[in-house]
Design a protein around this ligand. Structure first.
Ligand code: PHE
Length: 462
């Protein structure tokens, strides 16, 4: 039976697909914003430490559980760790459902800005443009939100429908090179801008006096989101990896690429922002402001070649979001295929439709429908969208991540984990004992700290 499972056609295809999952709105939307909010330098350094000490080991843990069992999240945790651990997989499937439901809304906005910038590039950017007003108009327009997020969901469903090889891998092979190309183009252009020096300084010069402990936990929480960890995405993607391939190498590449891309995106955005006098004071409040309010205008007013680069940039955001939504849907779909023995086509359409019902509610919670905009489950988090995001970032991913790392570190026989990581070949920098230590002690302690901060100190990492 096992041999019937669809596999990635090559290691390269797998790494591209998993990297596509990791690179997404987290890199382009959240990371630059939290780096801004936490004053750069020291925060970036702490983030890198979190990625290496916690993100990378958990990435390997998830991949190995998937590859060993060749099953999706629920079946994999059950078989690799123990019968009761299937619940951790179920928790992950639910997290995938929730995250995709609101992620698709922001992904839909990227489509809007892609069309809008194309329009401006061809027909001219209006002299008296009011970008804040444009965004608010979009946010409060229920019909537009429904159509945009619906279109994005359809795209996602269309890819997952065609399976691991014909859908997911093929799309990653198309999107990722395009994404890297656009990003490099933007990077070169932004480095010629006046503000680039200040931007690099801001991002890479640590000033520890400005860092507080909450920022450390925020960096850690973001490491989960950006690497698609804590909900079984990497278990599922790992389950399509053939036996003889090195997981350690793959994990290293995915983490490295995700981090480099997040940093490049931040350099690009900050170079633009620092080039305009007074702009840095205006970019505050929310990540939405930076990506969808400040940047569009700046592209047309200060960026050299902005007419081309603006649509390219929003295409980049849309492609990055698509390779992530695909992976989110795949976690849910693979659950129905493996556990409920459903056909892929049926599982995809059904999951897509159910998730979209929640997407619809999130899309209407930006003013279109007051009850949804005021919906409040967590103190101070008004709106259905904010509630979903809060639940995912504060509860779903940290708790899922904690249980996965504890399960793999303490309850899975170490001969199994060692076999998966070492026998298929591991590079010189990898040390199994160090990995085991990270998965047993460092990662659980660090993730538990997030949960303690959320539960006992009312902190918010969404
Ligand atoms: N990693 C994706 C991003 O950075 C989001 C994501 C989270 C995707 C969890 C899959 C699972 O945007």
């Amino acid at each position: 039976m096992k041999d019937l499972r669809e596999n990635w056609s090559s290691n390269f295809g797998f790494v591209l697909a998993a990297t596509g999952s990791a690179i997404g709105l987290g890199n382009l939307w959240k990371f630059p914003f939290i780096t801004w909010k936490n004053d750069g330098g020291a925060f970036v350094l702490i983030y890198l430490v979190c990625i290496i000490a916690v993100g990378l080991p958990i990435m390997m843990a998830e991949l190995l559980v998937g590859r060993k069992t060749q099953k999706s999240a629920v079946g994999a945790m059950r078989e690799a760790v123990g019968p009761a651990w299937g619940w951790v997989g179920t928790w992950g499937v639910m997290a995938g459902f929730v995250i995709l439901s609101y992620y698709a809304v922001v992904a839909g906005w990227s489509l809007f800005y892609l069309f809008q910038t194309l329009n401006w590039s061809f027909f001219g950017f209006p002299a008296q443009a009011n970008m804040g007003g444009l965004f608010e108009g979009l946010a409060a327009n229920g019909l537009l939100q429904t159509i945009l997020s619906g279109a994005f969901m359809l795209l996602t469903v269309a890819v997952v429908f065609f399976g691991v090889h014909g859908g997911i891998e093929k799309t990653a092979r198309l999107c990722l090179p395009a994404l890297f190309g656009i990003l490099l183009l933007l990077l070169f252009s932004s480095l010629t801008m006046e503000g680039s020096g200040e931007a690099l300084n801001f991002i890479f010069r640590p000033n520890f006096s400005e860092l507080d402990t909450v920022a450390i936990l925020e960096a850690l929480g973001h490491a989960f989101f950006t690497l698609s960890l804590g909900m079984g995405t990497m278990i599922v993607y790992g389950s399509y990896v053939a036996r003889e391939r090195s997981l350690v190498n793959a994990a290293g590449s995915i983490v490295l690429l995700d981090t480099v891309i997040a940093l490049i995106a931040t350099i690009i955005m900050f170079s633009v922002i620092f080039t305009v006098p007074g702009m840095s004071e205006q970019v505050d409040g929310s990540p939405v402001g930076m990506l969808f309010i400040s940047l569009p205008q700046l592209f047309y007013e200060v960026v050299p070649g902005g007419v081309v680069l603006a649509p390219a940039f929003y295409l980049l955001v849309a492609l990055a979001a698509l390779t992530s939504t695909i992976s989110l849907l795949e976690v849910v779909v693979s659950y129905f295929i493996d556990q409920k023995k459903m056909e892929r086509s049926r599982a995809t359409l059904l999951s897509g439709a159910c998730i979209y019902m929640f997407t619809f509610l999130s899309g209407l919670s930006f003013g279109a429908f007051p009850w949804l905009s005021n919906f409040e489950l967590f103190d101070g988090k008004a709106g259905f969208f904010a509630t979903m995001d809060h639940f995912a970032s504060n509860w779903a991913l940290p708790l899922g991540g904690l249980l996965i790392t504890v399960g793999v570190g303490w309850f899975m026989p170490s001969k199994d984990t060692e076999a998966e990581l070492v026998e298929s070949g591991s590079p010189g920098w990898f040390n199994y004992k160090a990995w085991l230590f990270a998965v047993r002690f460092i990662a659980p302690a660090a993730v538990a700290a997030i949960l303690v901060a959320v539960i006992f100190f009312g902190k918010d990492f969404s």
